[in-house]
Design a protein. Structure first.
Length: 286
């Protein structure tokens, strides 16, 4: 019988002791058992170490680093990985028990470099949604909107992480930046089935408009061809910038103009729409 290849699962963690155990056990309970779990403690000051120590499983490895952010923790964990394949998980989310088994089947049958799946997002208000919203089953291409591919859904061949690490300077959308960059060199297959439960709180970084703006400025500087080579992605960025503009009109009107200026960069034809939005805002007092 052919021996199954080892999968290394990297979990960055910072002060998540209250929810960490459920996340870790969802990895250790996988039907694909040939795995190691590398938990990278990113300088936690809570009971993270004690929570990990009470989980008795030889496949679990705990390592500590001074606080440097989730991207640095993922890169550190990937460098320590012994597996032929590397997957990532988040410390407050949950995998379905057959996630790795099904992803490894796709890896062997379709031969991509990376396999991602959809995830079910549980919002703070009780609503749910599936992400990514605009990608269907199959290989991903430049025509697809890359938003919503979560790091916790990624399973990649080891050589991918050797070639392309996570970019720690991104204040937001670190997974999006990595996927965009990697897609230029490697193949990515998306599974339609959601196999990750993703929980988002009211204080999540994903609700920060200023970090969103900073991230899109950084993408503009690093990848000036993005708006022409990935038009669906550029359109999504434009939509988010317009939403940010509306939010900032309420909170910091003096800062709102830069969101429109950046939206024009990502979608030059948006001018008439922006003028209509401005007229509507003046009439409605928003």
């Amino acid at each position: 019988m052919k021996e199954l290849p080892l999968v290394s699962v990297v979990v960055p963690c910072y002060n998540r002791a209250a929810v960490l155990e459920q996340s870790v056990r969802s990895v250790l309970a996988q039907s694909y058992a040939e795995l190691e779990l590398i938990l990278v403690d990113d300088g936690s000051t809570d009971r993270t170490r004690q929570v990990v120590e009470k989980i008795k499983d030889a496949r679990l490895r705990y390592v500590y680093q001074q606080n440097a952010g989730a991207c640095a923790a993922r890169n550190y964990g990937a460098a320590l990985a012994r597996g032929e394949y590397i997957a990532f998980h988040d410390s407050d989310d949950v995998w379905h028990s057959d996630k790795l088994e099904k992803q490894m089947w796709v890896m062997q049958e379709k031969h991509p470099d990376i396999v991602v799946c959809k995830m079910k997002r549980f919002n703070a208000d009780g609503s749910t949604a599936l992400y990514p919203k605009r990608i269907s089953e199959g290989f991903i291409s430049a025509k697809d909107d890359l938003f919503g591919i979560g790091t916790q859904t990624i399973l990649a061949r080891r050589e991918v992480l050797k070639a392309e690490q996570f970019f720690s300077e991104m204040p937001r959308y670190q997974d999006l930046e990595w996927i965009y960059r990697v897609l230029h060199r490697f193949t990515i297959y998306c599974m339609e089935e959601p196999m990750v439960d993703y929980y988002i709180g009211a204080d999540s970084i994903s609700r920060s408009a200023d970090k969103m703006y900073a991230a899109f400025v950084l993408l503009q500087k690093r990848y000036p061809d993005l708006r022409t080579t990935f038009p669906a992605l550029s359109l999504h960025i434009t939509r988010d910038l317009l939403a940010g503009w509306k939010e900032m009109r309420q909170k910091q009107p003096g800062e709102s103009g830069k969101y429109l200026a950046l939206a024009r960069y990502y979608f030059p034809g948006i001018g008439p729409c922006i003028r209509s939005l401005k007229q509507f805002s003046r009439r409605s007092g928003t």
